[in-house]
Design a binder for this molecule. Sequence first.
Ligand code: PLP
Length: 949
Amino acid sequence: MNTNAFALRHIGPREDDQNLMLKTIGVDSLDQLIYETVPDDIRLKKPLKLDEPMSEHDYLVHIQELSKKNKVYKTYIGLGYHPTILPAVIQRNILENPGWYTAYTPYQAEIAQGRLEALLNFQTMITDLTGMEIANASLLDESTAAAEAMSLIFAVRERDQKKNNINKFFVSDNILPQTLSLLQTRANPIGIELVVGNENTFNFSSDFFGAIIQYPGKDGQIVDIKTFISKANESQIKVAVAADILSLIKLEAPGKFGADVVVGTTQRFGIPMGYGGPHAAYFATKEAYKRDLPGRIIGVTKDTNGNRALRMALQTREQHIKRDKATSNICTAQVLLAVMAGMYSVYHGPKGLKFIADKVHNTASTLSEYLSKLGFNQVNTSFFDTLQIKTDAKKIKKIAKEKNINFFYPDDETVTISINETTSIRDINDILSVFAESAEKITLVIPSLSESNNISKSIQRTTDFLTLDVFNTYHSETELMRYIKSLERKDLSLNHSMISLGSCTMKLNAASEMLPLSSPNWGNMHPFVPVDQAEGYLTVLKELEDQLTIITGFSATSLQPNSGAQGEYAGLMVIKAYHDSRGDHHRNICLIPSSAHGTNPASAVMAGMTVIVTKSTHEGNIDVDDLREKAELYKDNLSCLMVTYPSTHGVYESAIKEITQIIHDNGGQVYMDGANMNAQVGLTNPGNIGADVCHLNLHKTFAIPHGGGGPGVGPICVAKQLVPFLPGNPLVKTGGEKAITAISAAPYGSALACLISYGYIKMLGAEGLTQSTKIAILNANYIKHRLQGSFDTLYSGERGRAAHEMIVDCRAFKANGIEVTDIAKRLMDYGFHAPTVSFPVAGTLMIEPTESESKQEIDRFCDAMISIKKEIDQVSKEDENNVLKNAPHTLEMVTASEWKFPYSRETAAFPLDYVKNNKFWPSVRRVDDAYGDRNLICTCAPIEAYMEA
Ligand SMILES: *Cc1c(COP(=O)(O)O)cnc(C)c1O
């Protein structure tokens, strides 16, 4: 046996354990279990046609060789992406640290205070720099954030008497091209008419409900937003500003001029370009719009003892509650990247950031001065970092290329140059020499930077920023390292124990999958470089697309969507384009089973569809009769069905082929939500089941870490008829022949994160992938078996088996006064993160162990659950002072001189023996959500501010 096979490292249970587990659940072999679980008529008959698996070592050699095929030139393209310096202390202690990157979205606040604090720092940084009242943490990229801004303003308009039948939105022609493309994608389905024009000549009329401008413009010229916003306000036009975060250090905050929304990317704050992502976007707005804010807001509240505690605020606005009333489908965002960008500000502080912004500006100004001396016409009169030179662009391009330099060339007469944090004097001398050569002159030598200010006085920043202690304390590496560690210790991640989140597939994120992300040859690639410089990336991305196409049984893949929800939206827009291409413009009905994830109806509405909900049977399956009835009733206008497989109830419905057939017979397409793909890989696939398109969550099934709520990659894989419509990009040719406009800012979405899934598939190969699926099913069925007698499983397949996850019913415990939340909180005392709470069924837990968890870990988890069940049996409704209601127990409680509870300290903190070995202490007592929502504070304002509230 090859004991170095990656599959043996990735898969948890050892062979002996597997045999024991099979015996426990009463089957002879793994194949027998799979036979009893997956319906025979959807099983694949042949193994996936993928390359032989590579060992970890071979893979690392391979990926390094590929990285050398990327030509990392000096790049001054700008357009929302810039070379940066990621402080090594942040790289080592966050980006490369599983304590941070394997954490889950902070729904369980008591064991997530560290990343919640880091995100609160991020929000504070954003509100300070933008001058707005509230900010979220965070969004997917600048262009989707701009589209969300448009949607928010549109949603607000609907409630505004004067504007509610006006649908025109003004877009400055100086907006980034990828943002314009995304606004086009988003506007049309919800009935917004975009009017693109010059902001200086814009005729402010009451025909418009909103406008968006770029600050500074894509060509580098700084627009006078002060005048624009005040004129817009006079016509009741709400204004969104897409602002460069670094420039805001020198430019006055748009909030000061009355902007309604400010958005942008935080990539410039130390995040590698990574050929387009992942990076965190920011979104800031007025307090008045807090209920319309997309994404997650971190807020301050208090715990049971009245101590300050953080948690995600206003959860009611999540799609799970709002469903088809939601105006945004953002779920996974870019949390890890937001944490890093926030930490960049913590490390540099206001003085450090000012130093960086000044240096960038002075470098650009000095270069401008010398270009003029050489006789060049630099036309930007007010600029931060980007120069615009009118000259023979073709000639410059040729010379620059020879010197391994990339500028941006909007047309044959124009060159733009964006200066960044890494640009040195030597670099600008090199730039100058390109221009000298073009002018056939002897180059000048720039000896040092001059300090001139090329920003119009009226918009120079005068307001302070980042004045709070957290931004003025951790400026030495020792201090920052310890600050990061202190936060990390408050958070339970996969490096402590299993996180069995149903539908979220918290599997191993292997170190060898992650290592290449630190390489500058992958990190320092701008998404808009000429393709011949990106051969390494294009090889990996093409192969990953092919691998995913094979795994899903389809014809092609687009890696562009940055999350599962974006994949849903992309898939639906592709279906819409397909119907339109056949003249079926009227097909707009989307059938969605009642058990669907909340993002499904939210995405359908964003795609301009009307959602019709279909029923489930009490076994948890789709009610086929109801589905047929509705498909036939709406057959003239049927666009598609959205279906999750195996179902969100954790069952492989055997009627699935019949279901897809019914939809096709009635003229619809089938969208499969691929969040549960971990139960399919190698055994069956969406193509085989009869679907037409699916998204995958590479951050679930394909080993990209959750990062505390992102990065995500949500590619869509499609059948032949949909291939022509795969999304494109205005600057780099991608997608189909009749590509829909952009879904994400970058042509390949979060390309850097794609390396992880590529490595996962490369190292597992067909056999390892299929074995992973089988063991995921074994682990789930083993848990189901072990919990029998303590917890009822809500649904199972025809032969009594679970799929890769199961729902356990906790509703009966209400008789003892125990809610499912109490179980979730009590699990923390045992060292575990709760499974998925109350999705898809209220009052239940959905458990998904994944293949990576060993039998020993699963046994500890089951022991904890069984022990909790015994505790439940001993408590009653009448007395709330019990070990479940008081959970979780903090170190402070257990060591306090006073102990007033009717159970021992040991029962509270060390309920089972194994806990003593590896205790995890929740850092706060149970948080009070309602209090925090009533007194929303989403910045790290001093403690008095929220005490008064
Ligand atoms: C996770 C999930 C989604 C959303 O994916 P994101 O990447 O968080 O946007 C959609 N559907 C189901 C069933 C999911 O579990």
